[in-house]
Design a protein. Structure first.
Length: 418
């Protein structure tokens, strides 16, 4: 059975590798159109099904254009693909995002970020709800209990400041607009710095921004997208041996959301300077400084509420059911026997940490592609064991694996990247 699967995988990879860039784009945009139509048909989330119906047309048009253009012998295929990517991005992100922002249709995390921005603008603490003795303390009235929590670090609340300052909750002040702008700025800068073939950089841009792995989240929620863009910028900086830029990028991402921390820690293993000497202390110093300045004041103000919001709630330990509880192994096992929710993740960290340490020692010194591949695998495992996590977090291991592939050729061509 395993041999057959391996044979099928080899044949599929060989077939895919033989396609031209435009042919592969046609398949990807075609699959994206099918996904968007299916999401519009089946999803019960207003933001998701609106996006699905709005995006199916642009994806289908992109697929047909790519298929038609692939029949011609074009001299600058990369430029044509980039132009097509821009058109798809306009139709799958800009238009749906603008309409959903105007209609005030969004995933719950957008209102959570908006409310935190309002509290920050007033000098108040965004961490006020917590679970104590079987009761939710300081819930926000008029919304579900889980929306009372702010499961991010304080810097994420900055995206809610435009709405707080203008007292308008729709249009250009929507938090998704600010998150999308930062995603585009950091992502495009990272792609400009990344040393890889043009076709691989185009694929990275497609997955990060234009395909449903990016466009869906930019249009409906968006909180993971600036994190991914900043992490990609940090990866490009590591590749170019710019440890200060890497530290700032990883530090900003880590100061927004806990999902950035594994990559920030992994960066310490591969950070090098222009003389090929370890530069982990530069990356660590920037990360620690940014995290300390932005987080410590809130920890000192309300330590228990901070821990309940940022750690206990995402791990399913806050006593409130999270809508992020997708049907993954960790959630299924916890549903069968609830005490597993308190031991499964720590046990996985201990066992996984042991084997991870053994692998790192055996493969030392790690290079950037190996570290990215390792982060992809680790994040996938973390998703599977968490008692409350979104299936959408799959975009992290998918992007990390793709970045590893994009950086691989440069490592093979030149061991020292300067």
């Amino acid at each position: 059975m395993l041999a057959r699967l391996s044979t099928v995988r080899t044949r599929v990879m060989t077939w895919w590798g033989a396609l031209s860039g435009l042919d592969s784009d046609a398949y990807l945009y075609g699959f994206a159109a099918i996904f968007a139509l299916g999401l519009g048909w089946t999803s019960r989330e207003a933001a998701q099904w609106h996006w699905g119906y709005l995006a199916v047309g642009p994806y289908a048009a992109g697929a047909l254009l790519a298929l038609a253009l692939s029949r011609y012998e074009l001299q600058r295929t990369s430029m044509v693909r980039v132009g097509l990517l821009g058109l798809v991005l306009l139709g799958s992100v800009a238009v749906p995002l603008g309409l959903e922002a105007r209609w005030r249709i969004a995933q719950p995390e957008v209102s959570v970020i908006t409310r935190s921005g309002e509290l920050l603008s007033e000098g108040a603490n965004p961490y006020h709800s917590y679970w104590s003795h079987g009761h939710l303390v300081n819930p926000v009235h008029g919304i579900p209990s889980y929306e009372s929590f702010f499961p991010y670090f304080p810097l994420m609340g900055v995206f809610g400041l435009p709405s707080a300052e203008t007292h308008a909750g729709k249009g250009l002040t929507d938090a998704r607009i600010a998150m999308s702008l930062l995603t585009l700025l950091a992502g495009c800068t990272a792609l400009g710095l990344l040393r890889s073939r043009a076709d691989r950089k185009i694929r990275v841009a497609q997955v990060l921004l234009a395909l449903p792995t990016g466009a869906l989240f930019l249009s409906t929620g968006g909180d993971d997208m600036p994190i991914l863009a900043l992490l990609l910028l940090g990866v490009a900086a590591l590749q170019r041996r710019q440890s200060n830029l890497a530290g700032i990028s990883f530090g900003l991402a880590a100061a927004m959301k806990l999902t950035a921390w594994p990559m920030a820690l992994g960066a310490l293993l591969v950070a090098r300077n222009s003389k090929d000497r370890t530069a982990w202390h530069h990356v660590a110093a920037w990360c620690a400084a940014i995290v300390a300045v932005t987080i410590v004041p809130f920890v000192l103000r309300a330590p228990w509420a901070f821990m309940s919001n940022v750690f206990a709630f995402p791990l399913g330990l806050a006593g409130v059911a999270s809508p992020a509880a997708s049907a993954l192994p960790g959630h299924i096992l916890t549903s069968i026997w609830s005490p597993l929710g308190r031991v499964l993740a720590p046990l996985t960290f201990l066992v996984g940490g042991y084997f991870l340490t053994k692998y790192v020692r055996r493969a030392w010194p790690l290079d950037l592609p190996k570290m990215l591949g390792l982060m992809s695998m680790c994040f996938a495992v973390m998703m599977c064991v968490a008692s409350a996590t979104r299936i959408g977090y799959l975009i992290y291991p998918v992007n990390f694996a793709l970045w590893s592939w994009a950086c691989q050729e440069q490592v093979e061509r030149s061991p020292v990247l300067v």
